[in-house]
Design a protein around this ligand. Sequence first.
Ligand SMILES: [Zn+2]
Length: 135
Amino acid sequence: MQWPIVFDARKYYRNFAIIWKFHYMHIKNESIKLRMKCFDPKCKWLAFVSRLNDEHTMELKGYHFEHDCKGKLGSGNKLANAQWVPNEVEDVTICIERIVGSYDMGYNVLPELNVQILLSNHNSISSTSTDGVTK
Ligand SMILES: [Zn+2]
């Protein structure tokens, strides 16, 4: 498994731990080398990632992906911190907009949509309005 840069490798493991509901700690957290271990000292889960000779690509070099611990179910994950949450929400928002289109653009064309509904449906009671506070 490879990542284009160390930032992507760090992001991958942070998301991985949050999704699988466990905590890890960095034994090494350098631009050329990452070594993560499950936060439970008795657990053997670990991942070792190092930079290739191209000086940017990071590659998984060693791992033990089975947990001996039970994780931290029901407790907050320290990896899902105030920095992580807005980044993930922004990523999700970008993905949703790519699928369904821009919400802002949708609201901008809403008056024209109403005009088209009224033109093609005689006796229609269709109308649009905006909230000046949340506009
Ligand atoms: Zn573990």
